[in-house]
Design a protein around this ligand. Structure first.
Ligand SMILES: [Fe+2]
Length: 261
C-alpha cells in the first residue's frame, strides 16, 4: 500500500489542527503542507480520492432516527467508540450540513427494530466534520463487524454504505466487506477511536486562490491595503493608505491614497 499520506489524511490533519476555515484551507493545496510549505500553482485532487463506495442498506434501516451525536445511553454496555471524520466533495473540499444517519447492532449483535437504540443522525459542521459517540458493535451471524450509515449532502442523492474495522477475522469471509471502507481505529483508554472520511460524488468548483490585496484594475468599493498595486487608465499605482475606494477617489486625483509608478 502507498505510504504517502493521502490528500484526505492531510486535509484531516490540517482541519484538526485548527486551520479550519475551508476557504483558507483550500486556498493552500493540502499536499503542499507535508513538504516544503510552498503551494504548487495548480492544486489537484487526483490522488485516488474516488467517491466512497456504496453498500447494501441491509434489512435493519429505520427512517426518522433521533438527531443526536451520541448513541450511548445510561446503562449502555459495550466498548466505547468514537467515529470522527470529514465529508468531502470531488474536489476535496469539505461539505457542511451533510446528513449522516448511523445505525448499528448493540454489544450483542442485535438491532433495535422497535425503538431507536443505536440509531441517530447528525449533520457535519461548518468544516465538514462529524463525530459519533457509540460503542463497538457486536457481531451477528453472517457478517463481519460494521456500522451502517447514510450520507447525504444538501440537495444531493443519498450514499448508503457501511464502515468496517481493521483486523477483524471475519473481514476475510464476509462477501460484502470492502477494504476501501475500513476505518482507522486505535485504542484510547478503555475504548477505541475510529476515523473515516467520506468523499461524496458532489461536483465542486476547483479551489480558488485569494487574489493578492488590490491588484487588477482600480474599482470603487474595493478594499485596498497599503502597498497593494492597481492600474487605472493604463497607469500603475501603489496604494499609500489602507482604505475602501469610493467613487471620485480615482488614483490620479487622490495623491494621499495612490502614487503613480
Ligand atoms: Fe448490519
Amino acid at each position: 500500500m502507498d505510504n504517502r499520506p493521502s490528500r484526505k489524511t492531510v486535509l484531516r490533519a490540517a482541519l484538526a489542527a485548527g486551520v479550519a476555515v475551508p476557504a483558507a484551507l483550500l486556498a493552500v493545496p493540502a499536499l503542499a503542507r507535508t513538504s516544503s510549505g510552498a503551494p504548487p500553482l495548480t492544486p489537484a485532487c487526483d490522488d485516488g480520492d474516488d467517491p466512497t463506495p456504496q453498500q447494501t442498506e441491509g434489512p435493519y434501516f429505520k427512517p426518522n432516527s433521533p438527531q443526536r451525536t451520541s448513541l450511548v445511553q445510561p446503562g449502555t454496555v459495550g466498548t466505547p467508540l468514537t467515529v470522527s471524520g470529514y465529508v468531502f466533495g470531488l474536489k476535496c473540499q469539505p461539505i457542511a450540513n451533510v446528513l449522516l444517519d448511523f445505525w448499528q447492532a448493540d454489544n450483542n449483535g442485535a438491532y433495535d427494530n422497535t425503538g431507536f437504540r443505536f440509531r441517530g443522525h447528525q449533520f457535519t459542521d461548518a468544516n465538514g466534520a462529524f463525530k459519533l459517540t457509540t460503542i463497538v458493535p457486536g457481531l451477528y451471524p453472517g457478517r463481519t463487524r460494521h456500522i451502517h450509515v447514510k450520507v447525504q449532502a444538501p440537495n444531493r442523492p443519498v450514499l448508503t454504505t457501511q464502515l468496517y474495522f481493521p483486523n477483524e477475522p471475519r473481514n476475510n469471509t464476509d462477501s460484502i466487506f470492502d477494504p476501501r471502507l475500513l476505518m482507522t481505529v486505535r485504542n484510547a483508554g478503555s475504548g477505541r477511536e475510529a476515523a473515516f472520511d467520506f468523499v461524496l460524488n458532489v461536483p465542486q468548483s476547483p479551489p480558488t486562490t485569494t487574489p493578492p490585496p488590490g491588484g487588477g484594475t482600480w474599482a470603487a468599493g474595493t478594499s485596498y491595503t497599503a502597498g497593494s498595486r492597481v492600474t487605472h487608465n493604463g497607469i500603475g499605482y501603489v496604494c499609500l493608505q489602507t482604505h475602501v475606494a469610493q467613487p471620485g477617489w480615482e488614483p490620479p486625483v487622490t495623491a494621499a491614497l495612490w502614487r503613480a509608478e
